[in-house]
Design a protein around this ligand. Structure first.
Ligand SMILES: N[C@@H](CCC(=O)N[C@@H](CS)C(=O)NCC(=O)O)C(=O)O
Length: 258
């Protein structure tokens, strides 16, 4: 019981009730602005891995909730994921968009899955940015042209399918002599798993990439990854990405009035 201890500590003074046990301050949950996609899963996986308390705030991108003024204040790029950490630097709230920046922030905050040693950190960052600038955007474009574009543009499909194939090859070679992308399991692996998990939909043959296949199975076997990638699955039920109303929201976006 803490009461006795507090009295002893405060002997001779007015006894103050301890606010909370040392190190047991009630933590305000992080607000996770989320929709169940590979970009969203990066953050749900990290929160689960770090056992950080969080509140899920769905952003239904098929209905245009990413354009709500309150959300744009947090994420001016009208994209999820985004977070608000009520206990940000200096104890004040902080809002963050862009999944790579969120992963780095959570890694620094917790000291987990993002090493502070400079050499180890650079290893992680190279593969994190490789995902952000390569695997994610290329696989995203492939998904668009292969599954959604009204015109069947063979050239565009082949271009992005080739690029995804090349990127899988790079990852496969990288994983030949190390368990994870940066050696140890890190935010770089969390950034990639949701995308690599869709290899079949991307028209790729996983058997061509045995080291990537082994890595994918290892990462997906982690309970936190399973929880992260199961988050909000039910939200997508009944949503047809081929519905012209949904496509009118998501495709053909141009600059918003300032
Ligand atoms: N570079 C961004 C990409 C995020 C992104 O593309 N999010 C998509 C869903 S996967 C989205 O919110 N789309 C809404 C829209 O297209 O309006 C990140 O990594 O956070």
């Amino acid at each position: 019981m803490g009461g006795g201890k507090a009295k002893r500590a405060g002997a001779g003074k007015a006894v103050k009730k301890p606010k909370a046990k040392a190190g047991k301050k009630p933590v305000k949950p992080i607000e996770l602005y989320f929709w169940p996609t590979p970009n969203g899963f990066k953050i749900s996986i990290m929160l689960e891995e770090c056992k950080l308390p969080y509140t899920l705030i769905p952003v239904n991108i098929s209905k245009g909730e990413q354009f709500k003024p309150d959300f744009l204040k947090i994420s001016p790029n009208n994209r999820m994921p985004a977070i608000v950490d009520p206990a940000g630097p200096g104890g004040r709230p902080i809002a963050i968009f862009e999944s790579g920046a969120i992963l780095q922030y959570l890694g620094r905050k917790t000291g987990k899955f993002y090493p502070s040693d400079e050499r180890a950190r650079v290893e992680v960052e190279q593969w994190l940015f490789w995902q952000m600038g390569g695997l994610g955007p290329m696989a995203g474009q492939l998904n668009h042209f292969k599954h959604y574009a009204r015109e069947k543009l063979t050239y565009a499909i082949a271009r992005y399918a080739d690029e995804v194939n090349r990127l899988y090859g790079v990852m496969n070679i990288r994983l030949k002599d190390r368990e994870f992308l940066a050696g140890k399991y890190s935010i770089a692996d969390m950034a990639c798993v949701g995308w690599a998990n869709l290899w079949e939909r991307q028209g790729q043959d996983i058997e061509q990439f045995p080291h990537l296949k082994r890595w994918l199975e290892t990462v997906k076997a982690r309970p936190a990854v399973q929880r992260g990638m199961a988050l909000g699955r039910e939200l997508r039920k009944g949503i047809d990405m081929k519905d012209p109303k949904v496509q009118a929201v998501l495709f053909g976006q141009r600059a918003r009035a300032g």
